[in-house]
Write a protein that binds this ligand. Sequence first.
Ligand code: PHE
Length: 342
Amino acid sequence: MPNDKINQILAEIAAAKATTPDELEAYRMRFISKKSVVGELFVLMRDVPNEEKREFGQLVNGVKQAAEEKFQALIQALESNTKKTKTSGLDLTLPPGNLPVGGIHPLTATRQRIIEIFERIGFNLSEGPEIEDDWHNFTALNFPENHPAREMQDTFFIEKKPDVALRTHTSSVQVRVMEREKPPIRTLSPGRVFRNEAISARAHCIFHQVEGLYVDENVSFADLKQTLYHFAKEMFGKDTRVRFRPSFFPFTEPSAEIDISCLICGGKGCSICKGSGWVEIGGSGMVDPNVLENCGIDSVKYTGFAFGMGIERIAMLKYQINDLRLFTENDIRFLQQFRPLL
Ligand code: PHE
C-alpha cells in the first residue's frame, strides 16, 4: 500500500506545472513544506516494520529529492517566463520616466548675462565674420603697417593670403558697424576670436570676447567709467570696485586696462589676484579720432568710447574656475555642475 502511494506522488510531481507564483506556492505546500504529502511519508515510516525500514526510507528520500528538483525547475521556468513577458510587453501608453535635464554651458550663461546688462542700458547686438581682412582687424583700427602691435596679437594668417586672417579681436565688428551706421551708435559685439598662443590654464588659441562701442556727440571718459562701474556691479555684485590703469591700444587714446576688486578675497590679496587685490577683466579707451575717420565718422563732431573683455575670464571669476581648458574639454563632471537646480 505505501508503495502505491509513493508511485502516485511521484507521478503527481512529474506532472506538476506552475505558470504563476500562486501555483508555485501551491506546489511548495503540497510537496515541500513540513505538512506536505512527502512529509506524511516520513510519518508513515514509524509504522513500517523494522526490517523494511531501510528500503522504505530510501524510497521516501528519493521522493523528497524528486520533489525538490522539480521545485527548482519550476522556479527557473517561472522566472524566465516573466522576464520574457516583461521585455516583449512594451506598453507605449505609459508616461516616460524622468528624462535627464541638460544645462547651459557656463560660457553661454556668462555671455547671456553680459548681453542682458548692456541691452538694458541701450546697447544693441552686432556680429561679424570670424575670418577677417587686414583692414577690419588692423588697418582701420590704426595699426600702422608692419607695426609690431600686429605681432602683439599673435595672429593666425591664412596661408598664401597675407591679407586674410582669423580675427584676433571683435573690434573688427565695430569697424563694420561704424562703416555701416551713423552715430549715435551703441553696440555690443560678442564673438569667438583666435590667437596663436600655447594652450595653458590661463591662455587658449580660441576664446571669446565681448566688445562695446558708444559713439555720439560729447561722449566722454566719464561715460566710459560709469558704464563699466555699472557693468561690474551688475555682474559681480554691488560691492565690486573698479580700477582703471593707463595702457596702450592703437585704436584708443587715452587707453586703460580695467581691473575689478578680487572676488575671491574681497581685495585683501590672495593667490588668484597674486596678492594685489585686483584682477584684470579687459581693455578700454576713447576711440582714436583716426579710427572714426577711417570709418567715415566726423571726428570733430563725434567722440566715442570702446571696451573689450574676455568672456572666459569673466566666467572664471564669476564661477571661481581656475583652468580655462575646462570650458572646452566637455568633461561631464564639470558641465553637470551648471545644471539648473530642480
Ligand atoms: N581689442 C582689444 C583686445 O582684444 C581690447 C580693447 C577693446 C581695448 C576696445 C580697448 C578698447 O585686446
